[in-house]
Design a protein around this ligand. Sequence first.
Ligand SMILES: Nc1ncnc2c1ncn2[C@@H]1O[C@H](COP(=O)(O)OP(=O)(O)OP(=O)(O)O)[C@@H](O)[C@H]1O
Ligand SMILES: [Mg+2]
Length: 261
Amino acid sequence: MSRVKEFNTENSTAGAETRECVLEIKDLRKSFGTNKVLNGFNMNLYQGESLVVMGKSGSGKSVMIKCVVGLMEADRGSIKILGKELTHLERAALDQLRAEIGFLFQGSALYDSMTVRENLEFPLRRHAARMKNDADTETLVLEALESVKLAHTVDLMPNELSGGMKRRVALARALILKPKIILYDEPTSGLDPITSKEIINLMQEVQQKYNTSSLIITHDVDCARVISDRMVLLVDGINYAEGNFKELSQSVDPKVRAFFK
Ligand SMILES: Nc1ncnc2c1ncn2[C@@H]1O[C@H](COP(=O)(O)OP(=O)(O)OP(=O)(O)O)[C@@H](O)[C@H]1O
Ligand SMILES: [Mg+2]
């Protein structure tokens, strides 16, 4: 029997199975010495959905997302992005596939010594094929900044921005290549409730404007309630429970309940 607790009532994953699976993780395993962090984690992200992965601090959420973007190598398991198995790809194909994924790092991770413009140009330079000339670059930078309502900050340095503004610039940088999938690692952590709400609204706007699929890692229950179509709870290295917010928040399982207290 599956160890995963499914909360599939009629409308929780309605239609999900008929949609394209843009990111499929199977049996992902990753240890550091004796510390077994991921121990058979499975997850599907479908086209156009917002999937929230919740797990307590240190449960392996960032490790999981780093395996997906190739910043870390998994010990075992399969990661398929847009139908392509990551481990089977040559470097050039891998780079091309990475351009389809936007990544909002935990804590923004802007380059402090670069202006906002240079921060946004960075992914464009890495994927130079998408940048035909300087005029294109300028247009893409301003378009991405306008999406997060910060076009006026283009020549500022990160230390001249508030925490919420930094997060929005990081979001602009994540979407500048118009990725099909955006991964968010704790998009609202360290922000006040009002700024968190602004970021969540922007994430929803971006989702609609660019028709992306989103994987959102968070332990912010309010964020999960507002943004998730579906949720996966990461407990003890596995996808312990799955369902929509309402279903999971009404669970009687103590390990699931712990998230909603
Ligand atoms: N490079 C590394 N080397 C050794 N151990 C690591 C490394 N990266 C992560 N770990 C360990 O993996 C575990 C999971 O870390 P991870 O950063 O994924 O947690 P998290 O779920 O993202 O937590 P948080 O909510 O605090 O961000 C932790 O025990 C951490 O110490
Ligand atoms: Mg983390």
